[in-house]
Design a protein around this ligand. Structure first.
Ligand SMILES: [Zn+2]
Length: 260
C-alpha cells in the first residue's frame, strides 16, 4: 500500500483512522473519492459538512437557488450574511473553511435530463439531497443507467426516508415508488414544514452511507428503505427488493436518458 499522509492529515483524521474498520487504507479511499451532492439545503448542508470534514477528495455541490432567510433554520451550510448568494457558492465557502484539503466544486446549473449524464459522469457516488421529485427520479434513473451508487434521502414533517441504491445489486427508487406523485410539483418540506435538526439526522445518515460505500465498512442500506419517525424517535426498516417490472432497473426497462 502506498499511503503517505502529512502530519497535519494524520492529526486531522486521527479519530477516524484509529477505527479498525477504516484505518489508513480507509482514509486513502476517502481521499480518493469523488462525490456529487445534489442540493445544498437541509440535507445537503449536513451531508456535505460531514463529507468535507471526513476528507472526501472531491465534493461537488449542485444547487441553483439563492440563500433566503427562511432557509437558515435548517440549511446550516449558509448564514445570515450570505442571503442572496448562490447556495452552491455559499456551501463551497463553508466546507472549504472547514477543510481546505477538499476539492469542492460549486455547480449552479439546474439538473435536467439534458445535462444529468455530463454532471455526474466523473463522480463515484451521487447523494440526492434535493426536495424536488422530478430531480429525484431523474437522478435515480441516471444513476441506474450509468451504474453509479445513489444515496437518496427525503424529509417532510416528522417523517424521513433513506435508502442506498447500488445498481446491479438490488432495488432502485422506482422499485419502491414507481411513478412521481401527481401533486409532486411543489417541494415536500415547503408544504409540510420541517425542523432543521430532523433534516440533520437524515443528512448525517446520508454522509454515513457514503463513507460506508467508500471505505467498504459495514453494510449499505441496499434493498432497504429506512423510515425515521422523529416524533416517536423510531427507525423502521422496510424490505425493498428489486421489482422485475421496474421501468428503469427491471427485466424489460424502457426509460432512457440521453448520454447515460
Ligand atoms: Zn428499479
Amino acid at each position: 500500500m502506498n499511503m503517505e499522509f502529512t502530519p497535519d492529515q494524520l492529526q486531522r483524521y486521527h479519530r477516524q483512522m484509529i477505527l479498525r474498520e477504516l484505518g489508513a487504507a480507509g482514509q486513502q479511499k476517502i481521499s480518493d473519492a469523488k462525490v456529487f451532492i445534489a442540493g445544498a439545503g437541509g440535507l445537503g448542508s449536513p451531508a456535505g459538512y460531514y463529507l468535507a470534514a471526513a476528507g472526501i477528495g472531491t465534493l461537488a455541490i449542485a444547487d441553483n437557488d439563492l440563500v433566503e432567510l427562511s432557509n437558515l433554520q435548517r440549511q446550516i451550510a449558509h448564514n445570515t450574511e450570505r442571503i442572496g448568494m448562490l447556495k452552491s457558492d455559499s456551501a463551497q465557502s463553508t466546507f472549504k473553511a472547514l477543510n481546505p484539503e477538499v476539492n469542492i466544486i460549486s455547480i449552479t446549473q439546474r439538473i435536467i435530463a439534458e445535462n444529468v449524464a455530463e454532471l455526474i459522469r466523473d463522480f463515484d457516488i451521487v447523494v440526492d439531497c434535493t426536495d424536488n421529485f422530478a430531480v429525484r427520479y431523474l437522478l435515480n434513473d441516471a444513476c441506474v443507467l450509468m451504474n453509479k451508487p445513489l444515496v437518496s434521502g427525503a424529509v417532510a414533517g416528522f417523517k424521513g426516508h433513506l435508502t442506498t441504491i447500488i445498481p446491479g445489486q438490488g432495488h432502485c427508487f422506482r422499485c419502491i415508488f414507481e411513478e412521481m406523485p401527481p401533486d409532486a410539483e411543489e417541494p415536500s418540506c415547503r408544504q409540510a414544514g420541517v425542523l432543521g435538526a430532523f433534516a440533520g439526522v437524515i443528512g448525517a445518515m446520508q454522509a454515513m452511507e457514503v463513507l460506508k460505500l467508500v471505505t467498504g465498512a459495514g453494510e449499505p442500506l441496499k434493498n432497504t428503505l429506512l423510515i425515521y419517525d422523529g416524533l416517536k424517535s423510531e427507525f423502521r426498516r422496510v424490505n425493498a427488493p428489486r421489482n422485475k417490472d421496474c421501468p428503469v432497473c427491471g427485466d424489460d426497462p424502457y426509460i432512457t436518458i440521453p448520454g447515460c
